[in-house]
Design a protein around this ligand. Sequence first.
Ligand code: NDP
Length: 323
Amino acid sequence: PIIGEHMEFVTREIDIENFPLVDGEILVKNQYLSLDPYIRSKMRNPEIKANLSAYKIGEVLDGYGISIVVKSNNKNYQVGDYYYTHVPANAVSGIECLAKEISKYKVHESYFLGLLGMPGMTAYVGLNKIGKPVKGETIFISSALGAVGQVVGQLAKIKGLRVIGSAGDDSKIKYLNEELNFDGAFNYKTCNIDEKLKELCPNGIDIYFDNVGGEILDVVLNHLNNNGRVVSCGMISIYNFKTPYGIKNLFQVIKKRLLIQGFITSDHYQEIDLFIKEMGELIEQGKLKYKEDIVKGIQNAPEAFLNMLTGKNFGKVVVKIFK
Ligand code: NDP
């Protein structure tokens, strides 16, 4: 068991009515917690330096979340307003603008952790700024039914691309083909990746949206067209590796004049209003779907997190904190 062996589950009563708030403070009740792969990178020896600080032993784990205001001493927040931040929250942060948008769009609040939140923005930024899609091109997306991948695929379809995806489960492949109208998809665990790419991308690949790195990236390099772009979003296949995967086909980068570029979504948060507006319009026009995998009860979050890292999730993993 993860709880008991590696994690502790603690409950504390809070007296909302008598809870002291200084000027400007709000008290929130957390509703949803997002489980994202970056949390894995924070579970490491704190002496290893990286972009995100490591969790400390004994510290409460945090993540993106949706909360509801239950007491307010801040004129910008009324009781009942939604609030989007890291949970557990201890300060009114700079991304509070989203709280207002949650009531504006007729979508489920939890979408602000996925389609309209960090993963959706990752898809939007990566595809548009690095992929620079052109109508008629072919895009290949790994982890295509994940929190990010399913948004990339749908945005690319809207832009008139031929969209091919991979995932590690046949039911995910069925969903990609039948519900998200991908032009083709395959199970990378049971198929020969090289043969499938030959079959589904007969004219080569122009954009590879890479969520996984490792072997799939290596094979894709052989299928990219001249001037192809690799959007290096994530490398989940190597997050648990002790030694890095050695890419063998890197020479293709020179031969085919490829661009391989990484990015960090939080560098682009100044564009969040534009992102929400454009995505909100697409949702209103019925052009975007979003598959969520809602896990009920915070006690079940550790197991759901491991399941997400190993592909047992079906869509964006969100924990509904109270069952
Ligand atoms: P997902 O919802 O896609 O969940 C992770 C999925 O990865 C699993 O469901 C599994 O799906 C797949 N996976 C796990 N292990 C492997 C493996 N060995 N080989 C291939 N696929 C594997 O996660 P997100 O959509 O939230 O994130 C996708 C990627 O984007 C991650 O790498 C993440 O770190 C990265 N990311 C980067 C950001 C940035 O700022 N650059 C921001 C947000 C995310 P299946 O095996 O069924 O396909």
